[in-house]
Design a binder for this molecule. Sequence first.
Ligand SMILES: [Zn+2]
Length: 287
Amino acid sequence: MKNAALLKDLANCASPETLLAAILRHYPQLSAPIDVEAIARSAGITEFHDLDAQGAASALMADIAKTQGIISTAAGISAPRRRFAIAHQLGHFLIKAQRGDRHCTARDLAENRRDTPRRKEEMQANRFAAGLLMPKPLFARFVTDLGKPTVTHLPTIAAAYGVTLEAAVSRYADLTQTTCAFVFIKDGTIRFTRPSRSFPALCVRSGDTAPEAVGAAGADDGTAWASADVRDWLTIARDVRQPKLAFQTLRKANGFQLVMLFVDAAAERRADEEAEKQANERPRFGR
Ligand SMILES: [Zn+2]
């Protein structure tokens, strides 16, 4: 059912973030998993269809003024992917500057670049989708309640929010206050990386062979923190003390591995202060 008050509010919003803030104002009691279809209906989506077109993962059909729309998703995709596709198309529908007829591929639904107008629109729709399915205040509280960071929290978060592991990891990396990074590996090859904002520069890229230590992590001890060789993962800057790096590996079926890298930022700050103190106490020679 359309929600007239919500629609009036949404009409004044231009960015994914202002749209999300308006939705949260109207639905302050949202809980995980977010009922994305109900929200889409309240915002003007009238029907949800299966799509059998090859190549497109999801589509939106709307009138020119985008007062109402129909969202289609590929038949047979998993529930988390379908939920993300609906949220993504709702983003295209609600972001005013974007056209209302879209055919989006699986690649579009993972786009995070903004170097062309098309990619920027896809990235904005994804930002909207992540923010709708994992609202910041709710998500932050959930993560805090889970306690000390560990890689096994990620599947828990994905299940609670009805999203893919990739979507949960991306949102976690975006919102966490900790210094961590995630590396997705398939059959020993790195597929992609998701560092948090404060994480030092990674030296591994998609397509690279995963460091040997990952393969060596046994199935039993895989989810215990182990100390990582900084040279395996980070771009080494000369004359800079390297942080202590720890890692955990979560093994999934089909040769998938999720590695979580972690830097204890507080311990690093203390170590930096100590190093500085020692440098200042050292007797000085020369001039
Ligand atoms: Zn799209």
